[in-house]
Write a protein of this length. Structure first.
Length: 276
């Protein structure tokens, strides 16, 4: 196992509490670039590329949660720091929970951004027979790099977003620029599906019912009200709050899944309030 200089980014004040930022499936460390600007005076932040992702795309692992946690502990030892807080997005939220739960970590507070709170097995349209096909990555073999770049430039939803360029850069950094003009994701299909298996079997109740540190769950909803087909998420997060008083849920409305990209200022305020 090794850690390369390009596989993590550190920003902020080294004298402040250490905050670990963990990206989601098929993403990378740059997904935190915008949000970290709002936290730069309050924390020393380390955003990492998980094994199989970004500059760690060649890192060999079985992608079990245990090996991912072992890697994060290795990062701590190599950087000679101990993380005080951790925030994870989507798949990264489940990784963050596993890390916070591990007896070797010294995490004091945990933040989960639209992930790690609700079992995937509760998603109405998914079952044991179809979850892999539902969660498999797109086929990029016939796509060219410029085609996805042009898509973002023409996307009306992004044009009015003040962070549109940073959002575009974060998403394009999921692909290996050295392979242009082809569009090649850093996370290959085989590794993607291995992680999907672990995600499908992830049991948040088993972990979050036992965690005895403050947990903030930020749940995204792209509408101005929580629609019926998302009600299972409301019911389950309410249940998680009922079984563990350390768990608190906030809903972020009118915001898509990547809330750290689309609502960084609001999310940063929520994190500051939680971690303070």
């Amino acid at each position: 196992m090794s850690i390369t200089e390009n596989s993590y980014i550190q920003t902020g004040n080294p004298r402040k509490p250490q905050l670990l930022l963990i990206h989601g499936l098929a993403s990378n460390k740059f997904t935190w670039e915008v949000l970290s600007q709002f936290l730069i005076d309050d924390y020393h932040m380390t955003a990492i590329d998980l094994p199989g992702h970004g500059m760690n795309s060649q890192l060999q692992t079985d992608f079990s949660y245990q090996q991912i946690v072992d890697y994060i502990l290795y990062v701590e030892s190599q950087l000679n720091i101990k993380f005080d807080y951790v925030a994870g997005h989507s798949y990264g939220a489940s990784v963050a929970t596993m890390f916070a739960y591990d007896s070797r970590s010294e995490i004091k507070k945990l933040a989960l951004l639209d992930g790690g709170m609700v079992p995937m097995k509760l998603i109405p349209e998914m079952n044991q027979n179809n979850y892999k096909s539902k969660l498999s990555p797109p086929d990029f073999t016939s796509r060219k790099f410029d085609s996805i770049s042009d898509f973002f430039d023409k996307n009306l939803a992004l044009k009015d977003n003040p962070y549109s360029q940073q959002i575009k850069n974060a998403i394009l950094s999921n692909f290996d620029h050295s392979k242009k003009p082809n569009l090649v994701p850093f996370l290959n299909r085989s590794n993607h599906l291995k992680i999907v298996d672990y995600l499908w079997n992830y049991d948040p109740e088993n972990l979050l019912s036992k965690i005895k540190i403050p947990v903030l769950g930020l749940m995204a909803c792209k509408f101005d009200t929580i629609i019926e087909n998302l009600s299972y998420r409301c019911e389950y997060t309410d249940y998680m709050q009922s079984i563990n008083s350390f768990v608190k849920i906030n809903w972020i409305l009118n915001t898509p899944h990547d809330l750290q990209l689309y609502a960084p200022k609001l999310v940063s305020r929520k994190l500051l309030n939680h971690f303070s």
